[in-house]
Design a protein around this ligand. Structure first.
Ligand code: F0G
Length: 458
């Protein structure tokens, strides 16, 4: 029998409701496609009891800290450790966990020099069990899928969601169905889904096409959809911000910068910041900014061309395949958190992404291309004066370097921008390239190479 869930003294865990983000309709249950049955917009999870049970910030901080010394699986999870702010479980054994979360917050001294922002940090979500931030959301959503009695879970994905979903489904004894755009996701991500036993379909369309199809599928067959349209996902992903603030001793940074694709993650982090502020866990709100690839800039255009009032969708194209999304599902939620925190939204070029990725790599940390938009975006925000040199900045690195080895190899070999990119701009990348060197297996050849490398450094 799993042990009952403990809670902090004086901390009562709250129930939750689904609320439509457009018409405000409240419900105890969600529909299969997680859309409002009245107006069709997205649902969010809210906790009406929070007002009545008055969650005490000091007690919450202390119980979350104490749990770091516990050996129980649910406390070892960097997500469920914050369970007072999540949909409640009846007992600890219900959680499907791979010890997600508890990711490091690194200083970035070299990138700090490059950007002129000395207090620059990276929250590396790529160090989660399947190598991306998706695990934080997946532990919660997969848990509730199993509690709802589903045998099958499904997602459309640019790769990371599918890897994560397949892993959590496997751990939880469920089957998983993956829909990915054919030829447009990295082999590492695809191979993860295969190994974790997913039924993996490479569809001849893009991510947006896969998601459209999934939305229809869940209305026809009893599969539980685990895209970030599913509000349980966003509840789990909120804990990134809780953990970050705990690591900063609850002193908010001035800026948090996150990549934007389907816009679930920015919405989740923003929701966490607003909730923390409302509960008195933090004294002020950091500005949350979203960065997109220029070729997949739906949110940028939605804000610039339509004042954030209607979605301007785009035909997405970028080598940062994780964010190759033209019709982001959570755009309204993202517009809301950008407005509520006073954040900015910017776009960066393919060359800027490649350069920033190599610069993060040179810190000994590394990340996948989509994560590097954060550093590229920061450079722009500093130039515009939106981020000031004396302010503190946290970049959210969403995926592991090993997620897209093809991109990294092509970059270092000088093959990434062979076709149709301005040579002037790509010349800036040259000093960052470290291509592999093929040599005869002789001592002389290796020593000569070492000497040459030493000269180049000097
Ligand atoms: N970074 C990485 C590494 C991602 O995999 C994604 C999204 C994002 C950023 C963007 O996050 O969609 O919440 O705005 N990947 C999804 C997937 C779409 O299917 O793996 P978002």
């Amino acid at each position: 029998m799993p042990p009952p869930l403990s809670s902090a003294p004086g901390v009562v865990r709250a129930g939750f409701r689904f609320r439509c983000i457009a018409c405000g309709d409240l419900g105890e249950r969600a529909t299969q496609n997680f859309r409002c049955s009245h107006c069709g917009d997205l649902l969010e999870i809210i906790y009406p009891d929070w007002k009545e049970v008055s969650l005490d910030p000091a007690s919450l901080k202390s119980i979350w800290r104490e749990r770091r010394t516990s050996q129980s699986p649910i406390d070892l999870s960097g997500v469920w450790r914050f369970r007072e702010l999540l949909p409640p479980l009846e007992n600890a054994g219900q959680a499907i966990t791979l010890r997600e979360g508890n990711t490091p917050l690194y200083e970035l001294p070299q990138c700090a020099r490059i950007t002129g922002v000395p207090r620059l940090y990276a929250k590396h979500q790529g160090l989660n069990p399947t190598g991306s931030f998706k695990d934080a959301g997946m532990t919660v959503a997969a848990t509730f899928a199993r509690l709802a009695g589903f045998r099958w879970v499904a997602c459309a994905s640019t790769g990371n969601t599918s890897a994560s979903m397949a892993a959590y489904a496997a751990r939880g004894g469920m089957r998983s169905l993956v829909l990915v755009p054919e030829g447009k996701i990295s082999w590492s991500k695809l191979s993860q889904a295969l190994d974790y036993g997913a039924v993996t379909c490479q569809l001849r369309t893009d991510f947006d096409g896969c998601l459209r199809l999934l939305q229809e599928l869940v209305l026809r067959v009893p599969v539980y959809q685990l895209n970030s349209i599913n509000p349980f996902r966003l509840e789990g992903q909120k804990t990134l911000a809780l953990e970050l603030l705990e690591q900063l001793d609850w002193q908010p940074p001035d800026h948090i910068i996150v990549p934007g694709g389907n816009l679930g993650n920015s919405s989740a982090i923003g929701k966490a910041l607003l909730e923390m502020h409302e509960l008195g866990l933090i004294p002020r709100l950091p500005k949350l900014s979203v960065i997109q690839a220029e070729g997949a800039n739906a949110l940028v255009r939605t804000l610039r061309e339509a004042g954030g009032k209607r979605l301007v969708n785009v035909q997405a194209e970028t080598r940062a395949t994780a964010i190759r999304i033209g019709n982001p599902a959570s755009w309204k939620k993202a517009v809301h958190v950008l407005e509520a925190t006073g954040g900015a939204c910017e776009q960066v070029t393919e060359i800027e992404i490649a350069q920033a990725k190599a610069e993060i790599g040179a810190e000994g940390i590394g990340c996948e291309p989509a994560s590097a938009v954060t550093l590229a975006g920061l450079k722009k925000l500093v130039k515009q004066g939106f981020v000031k040199p004396e302010e503190s900045v946290v970049l959210v690195l969403t995926g592991n370097l090993l997620k897209d080895p093809d991109f990294t190899m092509e970059f270092h070999r000088g093959d990434l921008f062979k076709d149709g990119v301005d040579d002037g701009a790509s010349a800036a990348l040259k000093p960052l390239r470290h291509p592999p060197i093929i040599l005869d297996a002789t001592l002389d050849a290796v020593i000569q190479t070492l000497e040459q490398a030493e000269k180049q450094q000097a």
